[in-house]
Design a protein around this ligand. Structure first.
Ligand code: C2E
Ligand code: MG
Ligand code: MG
Length: 594
């Protein structure tokens, strides 16, 4: 800025010297020449430009054709004073021009709109101070760059960007803008608004079976039905594929959101007509109330989506609960820690003895995973196995458990001089592993690496492994049988395996779930269930293991009922490998000496 002021001063001094050194005639001619050159330059400019002389009433000294057009001024009609030119007289341009002319800044530029016409015109305006002869009034050049077309294009692009072209509804961006506007409104009151996330069920199936055009038609009709269920003040947007967002005011608290959800469900009860078909479509709805703690639209919508996920599994409209989300976040961070624990070999196996009830002999051990985290806290498998299953880490964990358990058994064989060869090992296998991994190949490799024969391995599966994908389970189980391994059904009685599949599958043993075993002494129903399972196993030629034997009375009772094996705290908890071997030794010696 200081540099350009100095330049203007310098130019003025040069001009003073020039004009002062010639006669008035020459000076007049010189001025005429300068003026025609200046007009030539103005006319050559592709933008509207004019030179204004400052005085008590500033006027336009000269202007090019574009300027005359834009400023609607015609010098032949004598309108040369800027107070007579509407564009320059009032509004932003006029005010700023007056301020500029009073000051001494060499230049000033800004964007503005002339709103005197419909839709308005937009300009980038530049004032540039010009050099003047000594004692002459200040002058400046005003140029106007017409930005109207560019701004209109930007506006229409923005409208397009904020609109979902299929349904004509606002899209996710526009929706977020509206939610943000509510959140940042100075009058915003906590709990006075809610965002609903609505997900159409079965949409992808319609799209797959009937094609994208039918899918589009369904989305449009679905959107129309949603509109019909909402109040005029509610904002409906299509936020992604088959997901819609609703921003609504709550006059009576969350009840309003539930009412809206009911109305939405009600308008979906009538079937949708697509081509010749009638289709029933339902939706799941999650809701997040705009309250303390949420700072932006993205966060609100994520919360509504979280509630939506719950709504899908529960089957009814859900409101976002921060505590539930916290639990999910904890699970997520547990996933990272578990991955590190598996990779750095921080998991261990504990071995719980399986006792042959008739003889009291240790028939084998069940290998159970244990995780002690970096802070020394023991995390129970009931917490980390579901996380491993959800994240897919279970495949790695399952293979690790299999290899480690068989290796431990081989170590015991060596340490006992081969006397532990009469015992076996049971390893748990998750349904997820059955569905994702080549279980037979993993078992075969682990057997090969440890040198343990297949007959000493029992794979424990829960019923859900069979229910989820019976064909795949059958293939895996048959492959395991070919490796000579035993198959036991874990936690039996808690799932819904059909008797037909039990008959078809090569299952060697049923493990009776702890909840029936521990309750059987006091509760007639549990006792009846244990009896039924024992007779079912007998009829199908299967062995049985009772889990959770916590006292001698239970052990005795179950032995009398013909249950083959038992495990539980009455005998021992799951023990570290060395202690498990010691346990076997003690019991083995005790039996031999008895
Ligand atoms: P599960 O396979 O049914 O294992 C038996 C569970 O009952 C073990 O719990 C065991 O410690 C417990 N238990 C045994 N006897 C008694 C008793 O007398 N009283 C009581 N109250 N509990 C008893 P744990 O070790 O906490 O394991 C829980 C579940 O985690 C296991 O149930 C199994 O489903 C799963 N799990 C453990 N390790 C693995 C693994 O390596 N892979 C897979 N996929 N799942 C595993
Ligand atoms: Mg088990
Ligand atoms: Mg069990």
């Amino acid at each position: 800025m200081a540099g350009s002021k100095a330049r203007v001063r310098g130019q003025q001094e040069t001009m003073d010297t020039l004009v002062g050194s010639v006669t008035p005639d020459v000076a007049q001619n010189l001025r005429g020449l300068v003026e025609s050159v200046r007009q030539g330059y103005l006319d050559a400019l592709p933008i509207a430009a004019a030179i204004i002389t400052v005085g008590a009433d500033p006027y336009i000294e000269c202007a090019n054709e574009q300027f005359r057009f834009v400023a609607e001024y015609d010098e032949r009609l004598g309108e040369r004073r800027i107070s007579e030119i509407p564009l320059l007289r009032a509004g932003t341009i006029g005010t700023r021009l007056a301020a500029f002319l009073k000051g001494d800044d060499p230049a000033f530029q800004f964007d503005t709109a002339d709103n005197r016409t419909i839709g308005g015109r937009h300009f980038t305006v530049r004032f540039a101070r010009l050099s003047v002869l000594p004692g002459q009034p200040a002058r400046c050049m005003v140029s106007l760059i017409d930005k109207t077309a560019q701004i209109e294009t930007e506006k229409s692009l923005r409208t397009e960007m904020l609109r979902d072209s299929l349904t004509g509804l606002p899209n996710r961006f526009a929706f977020n803008e509206k939610v943000d506007a509510v959140l940042h409104d100075p009058g915003f009151r906590e709990g006075s608004y809610a965002v609903l996330a609505v997900d159409m069920t079965r949409f992808s199936r319609v799209n797959e079976c009937m094609g994208a055009i039918a899918g589009d038609e369904l989305l449009i009709t679905f959107a129309r039905r949603l509109v019909s269920a909402l109040r005029p003040s509610d904002v409906l947007a299509r936020t992604s594929g088959d997901e819609f967002g609703i921003l609504m005011r709550l006059d009576r608290g969350p009840t309003d959101a539930f009412r809206a959800a009911e109305r939405i469900k009600a308008v979906l009860t009538l079937p949708f007509r697509l081509s010749e078909l009638e289709i029933r479509v339902d939706c799941a709805i999650g809701c997040a109330i705009l309250n303390q703690g949420v700072t932006n639209a993205d966060e609100v919508f994520r919360n509504a989506q979280f509630a939506l996920k719950n709504a899908k599994s529960v089957g009814t409209t859900q409101i976002y609960e921060p505590l539930q989300a916290e639990a999910v976040r904890r699970r997520f961070s547990m996933e990272t820690e578990l991955r590190v624990a598996i990779e750095s070999d921080r998991l261990t196996l504990a071995y719980q003895p399986l006792i042959e009830l008739k003889t009291g002999r240790v028939a084998g051990f069940e290998a159970l995973a244990r995780w002690t985290d970096d802070d020394g806290r023991v995390i129970p498998p009931d917490q980390f196995i579901p996380v491993a299953e959800e994240s897919g880490l279970i495949v790695q964990l399952g293979r690790w458990a299999l290899e480690t358990a068989l290796r431990t058994l081989a170590d015991w064989d060596r340490a006992s001089g081969g006397r532990t060869r009469e015992i076996g090992i049971s390893v748990n296998m998750s349904p997820i592993q059955i569905s994702r991994d080549d279980v037979a190949a993993a078992v075969s490799a682990a057997l090969g690496a440890s040198g343990i024969s297949g007959a000493r391995l029992t794979v424990e599966l829960t019923e859900s492994a069979i229910i989820k994908d019976p064909d795949r389970a059958a293939t895996a189980l048959n492959a395991l049988k070919r490796l000579d391994a035993r198959v036991a059904m874990d936690d039996f009685g808690t799932g819904y395996t059909s008797l037909a599949s039990m008959q078809l599958l090569p299952i060697d043993a049923l493990k009776i779930d702890r909840r029936f075993v521990s309750a059987m002494m006091d509760d007639g129903d549990s006792a009846a269930i244990v009896h039924a399972i024992l007779s079912l196993a007998k009829a199908l030629g299967m062995e049985t293991t009772a889990e959770g034997i916590e006292n001698a009375e239970l052990a005795l009772g179950l032995a009398e009922l013909g249950c083959t094996y038992g495990q539980g705290f009455h005998y021992a908890e799951a023990l570290p490998a060395a202690e498990a071997l010691a346990y076997w030794r003690d019991r083995d010696q005790g039996r031999r000496s008895a």
